[in-house]
Design a protein around this ligand. Sequence first.
Ligand SMILES: [Fe+2]
Length: 252
Amino acid sequence: MLKIVPGEAALIFSSSGSNTLLISDLHLGLEKEMARRGFRIPSYSVKMVERIRKLAEEFGTERIVILGDVKHSVGKVEDIDWGLLPWFFETMLDLFPAVEVVPGNHDGSIRTFVPQRVILHPSEGAVLGDGRSRIGVAHGHAWPSEAAIGTGRLVIGHSHFTYEMKDKFGSRSRESVWISAHYRIERLLASAGYRTKKKGDGDLIVMPPFNRMVGGHPINRAGAFKFGPVMSSGCVALDDADVFLLDGTRIS
Ligand SMILES: [Fe+2]
């Protein structure tokens, strides 16, 4: 069973009597880029860890799976990565018996920082759970694995989708959104280039970023969904998608 945590960019996945916390797009170290641009956000990464701690306590989660973009820097490792990532992973290992990461496009050098006790999945994702309760998880910048798509319940991050609003004075605001949409398993598998006879209806969930400071793509602008292979594939029924703000307000 998959449950959205009201008010949070987090899912609880329950299978075989244990709860797993799913979050995506932490972008740890974003503070450094913001500082370069003249914005000061002191210790935002610490605040995110406190939110994770609360979720772990509230839901009694035995595992955390991070769906990519654990860190913000792309390419070369930044000073701030050395300051944050070892502390982050040690804290996660204190909070959860199992810690797993599916790398995102910002995680090219993440292996340097991942302790042995943390499971680092391939970037094509992983399958969680057993039997009928299985789900596929991936970051979403690359095609998820055949097995992940084939579960018929696929969860990705990466897109940072938002809904943009404009008031009568012209001020704009953007809020993160959840997207839930159907897909045909055989069409998505074929689009990804997998040769398989697997068929059926699938559900896709696109998670909002756990980091609330990170930028996003407004879904109510032209071409917004052309982001990542799954969303760009034309195989996801985006016209009929359910779109919600974090507080549960339905957008469509
Ligand atoms: Fe991201």
